[in-house]
Design a protein around this ligand. Structure first.
Ligand SMILES: [Fe+2]
Ligand SMILES: [Fe+2]
Length: 288
């Protein structure tokens, strides 16, 4: 069985809540997952001091399990994004846009991680946080730079990661922006949702992990024969939606089933299981 603890939107800086961060750390030690997946928005204002705190925190996770992390829209420097879009500086602007993330967290914006086992899993990170860019432009001015998109170059990285992985490993893609409309926000985070989900399904993806909406949700979408599961992790911060508590998701994948358990914040006890979803594995339904 492959077990992934998926968390998102830690927002180091003002929104961070120390006791929630401590409790998440304890949950990771207690649950001992095979991997910790962090789907972006590590910082609130993309500042060096926030990144330093986020990095130190992620390093503590690494004492228990390998960590895979991607940037969110809050982790991208805006001025570089604007310059790139206007074709000013070109390559330099691209580097500037992600410079704090790459300095403090990782130079790889589309990392991948394979969990060995029977069945194992492969998580392919796909960067959707491009700041203000052509692919992210929408007719809603307030979405500028917040909305994300999946581009071909990043998709190729997913394809490469999947092609390197064991044949029976469950294919998992991690993105920052939620492709499904949030129940409270009424917004989805991607500019090219349909196209992105279809591309993921074509690559054999069973599960998409995302964040950004700050409200936990689990859906299936009909982009592939067996249905693609989309799991949105809530935030670990005080940037909450309509009184929803902070939360993270534990994903468990065995031969027959894909199970997602949301753990929600219950003050003062800490994080505790609050809701469970399960789906038959696509490979199990094919062989049945
Ligand atoms: Fe966020
Ligand atoms: Fe975000």
């Amino acid at each position: 069985m492959a077990r992934i603890l998926h968390t998102s939107d830690l927002h180091f800086g003002r929104p961070a809540v120390a006791e929630q961060l401590d409790s998440l750390k304890s949950s990771i030690v207690e649950l001992a997952p095979d991997a910790v997946a962090v789907s972006g928005d590590l910082t609130q204002r993309c500042s060096n001091s926030e990144f330093v705190k986020a990095r130190a925190y992620l390093d503590e996770f690494r004492e228990t399990a390998p960590v895979i992390v991607i940037p969110g829209n809050h982790d991208v420097r805006w001025i570089g994004a604007v310059a790139r879009n206007l074709d000013v500086w070109r390559k330099t602007a691209h580097e500037f846009k992600y410079s704090k993330y790459t300095r403090h967290i990782s130079s790889e914006l589309n990392p991948s991680l394979e969990i060995p086992g029977t069945p194992g899993a492969v998580i392919a990170g796909c960067n959707t946080a491009h700041g203000i860019s052509r692919g992210s432009l929408t007719h809603r001015m307030r979405d500028l730079g917040v909305i994300g998109h999946v581009n071909q170059r990043d998709l190729r990285k997913v394809e490469e990661a999947f092609s390197r992985a064991a044949q029976d490993a469950a294919r998992v893609v991690m993105i920052h922006h939620n492709p499904i409309r949030g129940a409270t926000s009424g917004r989805h985070g991607l500019a090219n949702t349909k196209q992105a989900l279809r591309s993921f399904a074509t690559l054999g993806t069973e599960l998409v992990l995302c964040g950004h909406d700050h409200q936990e949700a689990v859906h299936t979408v009909e982009e592939s024969e067996g249905g693609l599961v989309v799991s949105t992790a809530g935030t670990i911060s005080n940037r909450l939606r309509a009184g929803r508590p902070s939360s993270f998701n534990l994903v468990e994948i065995d031969h027959r089933e894909l199970r997602i358990t949301t753990h929600s914040w219950r003050n003062p006890e800490g994080f505790a299981p609050s809701r469970e979803y399960s789906f038959p594995r696509q490979s199990a339904s094919r062989s049945a």
